[in-house]
Write a protein that binds this ligand. Structure first.
Ligand code: GLY
Ligand code: MN
Ligand code: MN
Length: 440
């Protein structure tokens, strides 16, 4: 259904962006529509940065945010959109058209998508810098560069030189990295909904079910609570499938005695959760499974204890890795000294991934991880995951058989606050006793 009103924060973001980059124009293409097979498209979702600045969700659009020379310090939003097409709208649903896009989204000017290259030069007239993500789409590059050439010729005649062209990733990433109160509220909701879905799965799983039944159950739980889609393809991995980090097939039978690793997050109004939980398919953990689980949980909690303003993500990763390596040493699965093992990366056989990534509109969200070549200190408003895991491959002959095929990951979503942090996914059980109670 078409929106009638959009919140004021989209405009506030555009103004903040241009305050940080005075004189700049930002050019953003909408996400492309991707065809699956004739007359069938993959589900459409607007590109996160485009939505973040405009609230506009239609494909085949361009967004230009430019300085407003009549009112210094403010911005203009120009949208290029699809035309109204009564015939197509019968099949595909209503479109805003130029009039609706201006009225509902507060665009200062709207034009048709096809007029983009003709109009762009005049929109850039007084800009000192142009932000556009080149190299991402050959088609979009062709359109933008095609429009810049006549623009440059016009500038030549006026005795001016072409403004610098710059990648917008850092400018937009810096803004999106720090979640405002309204963004934190959306993330919190996505996380609450997703945590409850994980808890539901923990209660409902039975041996003999297929992984995709549980995927469907989680999906249903997300949707009925208000998450219209997932933030990434759910991983529902029984037994040895959990040792494949990006397992997505989700089509095998769940067996009594195995563990089930679920990594799934619902997306609530463009903000996604990212939660992993691991629990027994039958009633309880085997001794070996419990040993691995307890070790990963200890690493996860110790890493979480590091998260506060001023800490670094590498500190969090290091703490998780230290606990895992110490545990693997005492189980006899690694030999040597903790720091030496971490230095050489020998532990990566069992813990091959990082502990954290930014989280927001994208599951692996934007924002620089380092500044001036140094890891950046955590600050209030930053949101990220803490997700240690251990994975023992079926063909690893150096590992006692009881551990082989076990994969455990525990992942929470963390928001840095003024005094510490908030665990947004506290609602998804992770204490072994709590899980065992749900499973019995
Ligand atoms: N679900 C993807 C990740 O945990 O990074
Ligand atoms: Mn993650
Ligand atoms: Mn995940």
């Amino acid at each position: 259904m078409l929106k009638k009103e959009v919140p004021g924060f989209f405009k506030a973001r555009r103004e903040a962006l241009l305050r940080a980059h005075p004189g700049a124009a930002f050019i953003l293409p909408a996400a492309p529509e991707v065809i699956r097979n004739p007359d069938v498209h993959y589900p459409y979702r607007q590109e996160s940065g485009f939505y973040y600045l405009s609230g506009f969700e239609e494909p085949q659009s361009w967004l230009v945010v430019a300085p407003n020379k009549n009112s210094p310090g403010t911005s203009r939003m120009i949208l290029f959109v699809r035309h109204n097409d009564p015939e197509k709208e019968i099949w595909e649903g209503a479109r805003y058209g130029t009039e609706g896009a201006a009225r509902v989204f507060g665009a200062d000017a709207t034009y048709l998508f096809d007029d983009f290259s003709n109009k762009l030069p005049e929109l850039l007239q007084d800009c000192e810098r142009i932000f556009y993500r080149f190299g991402h789409s050959a088609e979009n590059d062709r359109v933008v560069f095609g429009a810049l050439e006549p623009f440059r010729r016009g500038l030549d005649r006026a005795g001016k030189i072409m403004p610098a062209l710059q990648d917008p990733s850092e400018a937009l990433g810096e803004m999106r990295l720090f979640k405002s109160a309204e963004e934190a509220a959306l993330l919190r909701r996505a996380c609450e909904i997703s945590a409850l879905a994980h808890k539901t799965a923990m209660k409902e799983v039975r041996p003999g079910m297929n992984e995709y039944e549980i995927e469907a159950l989680i999906d249903y739980s997300f949707r009925r609570q208000g998450c219209g889609r997932v933030g990434y393809s759910s991983i529902v991995a029984g037994g040895k499938n959990a040792t494949c980090l990006h397992y997505h097939s989700n089509n095998e039978r769940l067996r009594d005695g195995d563990l089930l690793l679920i990594d799934a997050g619902g997306e609530y109004d463009y903000y996604t959760a990212d939660i992993s939980r691991t629990f027994p398919i039958g009633r309880g953990f085997s001794d070996a499974q419990a040993t691995v689980y307890d070790l990963v949980l200890r690493a996860q909690k110790e890493a979480l204890a590091v998260a506060k303003p001023g800490a670094l993500l590498p500190d969090i990763h290091h703490r998780a890795t230290e606990v895992l390596v110490d545990g693997l040493l005492s189980l006899g699965l690694l030999k040597g000294k903790t720091e030496e093992i971490i230095r050489t990366g020998e532990h990566r056989r069992f813990y091959p991934h990082g502990t954290s990534h930014w989280l927001g509109m994208d599951v692996h969200d934007v924002g620089l991880y380092r500044k001036n070549s140094e890891p950046r200190p955590l600050e209030p408003g930053m949101c990220f995951t803490i997700e240690p895991g251990l994975y023992f491959q079926s063909n690893d002959r150096d590992v006692p058989e009881k551990f082989r095929n076990i994969g455990v990951r525990i992942e929470d979503d963390i928001l840095i606050t003024a005094n510490g942090c908030e665990n947004l996914t506290i609602g998804a059980p992770k204490e072994r006793a709590e899980i065992e109670a749900l499973r019995s």
